[in-house]
Design a protein around this ligand. Structure first.
Ligand code: CP
Ligand code: NVA
Length: 303
């Protein structure tokens, strides 16, 4: 039994197997076949933070696979009515898999510690592995090969950029984080990513214009993540020069695509012109959340 708490939990081969399954399941769906690969299986969704994409893609994906998803609200008393151990042990008597979105990463670790079914991280402050799986799947659809591609993340060291860095490290892409120096990964955080991935080109810079010069994908995220609302104003000042706009896209090769995990704050980290421009793949990327997670669910439960 396996969990997915961060992409450190998967080997390169395993990520590739999941991406292959995702592609097969997407093709199967597009051909009009909804095959019950997970007939009568149940997925519990436990969310401490809001969500559109993650929640709905898990619910619809599970239904397409012949299974069922339960979105558990406050009334189950998660973290309030009983100990995490009792909660997790009891929940895993009923369901086949749990997806959890929490503030603290320790929360999903604790669920996994006591669960007898796989636990999937549906975003914590530390990482967002399901997002990164969908993102590399989207880049692969665009370019065919991932090896040697260059992903430039214009934004802070956060859950999304950490997961993307690990995905790049494991799959042979170059990864550059472009942001003000004080928002980059600490030396310890960078070393953790590098030691979990083996040798790869992982660069920090505060020169976004130069970073995108040979980019294949330019990615951004909100300047203040969920839980950082109090820092919003300060971050708006600090990141003002790090907007993904038409000028930045013009400094990148013409084939470069634009990605964003969404939700976006249009006019802040990205302009309308880039969001809606010809290089943008944001809608396909969001759609791929479902296909990648279906690949993950089938891999976790059927292999
Ligand atoms: N990208 C993402 O995880 O979106 P939601 O917060 O809407 O789930
Ligand atoms: N970094 C963002 C991602 C949202 C999908 C956040 O944690 O709010």
């Amino acid at each position: 039994m396996r969990h997915l708490l961060s992409l450190f939990d998967l080997t390169t081969d395993e990520i590739q197997d999941i991406l292959k399954l995702a592609a097969e399941l997407k093709a199967e769906l597009q051909a009009g076949n909804r095959v019950a690969h997970l007939a009568n299986h149940n997925l519990a969704l436990l969310f401490e933070k809001p969500s559109l994409r993650t929640r709905v893609s898990f619910e619809c994906g599970m239904s397409q696979l012949g299974g069922h998803a339960l979105f558990l609200g406050q009334d189950v008393g998660w973290g309030k009515r009983e100990t995490p151990k009792d909660f997790s042990e009891v929940l895993s008597e009923y369901v086949d898999v749990i997806a959890c979105r929490s503030f603290k990463h320790e929360t999903v670790e604790q669920l996994a510690q006591y669960s007898s079914v796989p636990v999937i991280n549906a975003l914590t402050d530390y990482s967002h592995p399901c997002q990164a799986l969908a993102d590399v799947f989207t880049i692969q659809e665009e370019f065919g090969e991932l090896q040697g591609r260059h992903l430039v993340f214009v934004g802070d060291a956060n859950n999304v950029s950490r997961s993307l860095a690990i995905a790049c490290g494991k799959l042979g892409l170059r990864f550059t984080l472009a942001c003000p120096a004080s928002y980059q990964f600490t030396a310890e955080e960078k070393a953790e990513i590098e030691s979990g991935c083996g040798d790869f080109e992982f660069t920090h810079t505060d020169d976004a214009m130069q970073a995108v010069a040979d980019a294949d994908a330019i990615y951004t995220d909100v300047w203040a993540s969920m839980g950082q609302e109090k820092e919003q104003k300060q971050r708006e000042q600090d990141f003002a020069q790090f907007q993904v706009n038409e000028e930045l896209m013009a400094a990148a090769p013409g084939h470069a695509i634009f990605l964003h995990c969404l939700p976006a704050k249009r006019g802040q980290e990205v302009t309308d012109g880039v969001m809606d421009g010809t290089q943008s793949r944001i809608i396909a990327q969001a759609g791929n959340r479902m296909h990648a997670q279906k690949g993950l669910l089938v891999w976790l439960l059927n292999s």
